[in-house]
Design a protein around this ligand. Sequence first.
Ligand code: GLP
Length: 258
Amino acid sequence: MTRVAILPSAEAAAVTVATCIADALQVDPELVIGLPTGQTPIPMYRALVELHRQGRADFGRATTFNLDEFVGLAPGDLGSYHAYMRAHLFDAINLAPERMHLFNGKRKDWRREIARFDAALSALGGLTIAVVGIGRNGHIGFNEPAPALATASHRVRLTEASRRANAAAFGGRWRRVPTHALSMGIGSILRARTVLLLATGAHKAAIVARALHGPITTRVPASLLQAHPNVLVVLDRAAAGKLPMSERRLSRGSTMKS
Ligand code: GLP
């Protein structure tokens, strides 16, 4: 079942997702959370840090798994998702480093690296909550559109669209964006008990509509979420702009079955 929440602004959508995570942490302090990167989650992490400061989000017993990392970048590299996570979340919350799981993109033996990551994830029984964004081509994490998708973590060649979308962290020069990434597999994301998808901005409206209402196809990886039993899609008005009018009317500011 997919529920859709349409909020009046990107900020309100971000706060909604952060609040869902904080609430879930209160119910289950040992939450295992899948975390996204990109521009969209930045206000969501800001809201989560604020909730933590207010004592409403305790990460002391939680564990996180980041969805992806660029191949060739060390955790200290500025363009890495390690650096992103430190800047936007990790440095401001009480999550112990051994509970933060990210791929090390610099490790030569990437097969061992993804095996290490997947073993840690299965040892904890998989994700409780997967917080995901959506690429303009429908990717989740870096599960790029393809005839078939890997269920487990894997190395992926990035599409030009995805490299362009990540150019900001590389001085705006998309050719500097690494050509490959390591990504959590779509199977690990779909096995999460709950999936929270956050999308904001008019540039996401078309792909959000395709993911929610188009055919389920690996050509739009996010469309696979239609088959998941517990998905909450949190949108601002702009990202909801191409959903059917009936859905936009009914779900504004609240949630509904899709
Ligand atoms: C990035 C990340 C994804 C993210 C997506 C959307 O490249 N690998 O995890 O959800 O693309 O990013 P943005 O929020 O910047 O549009």
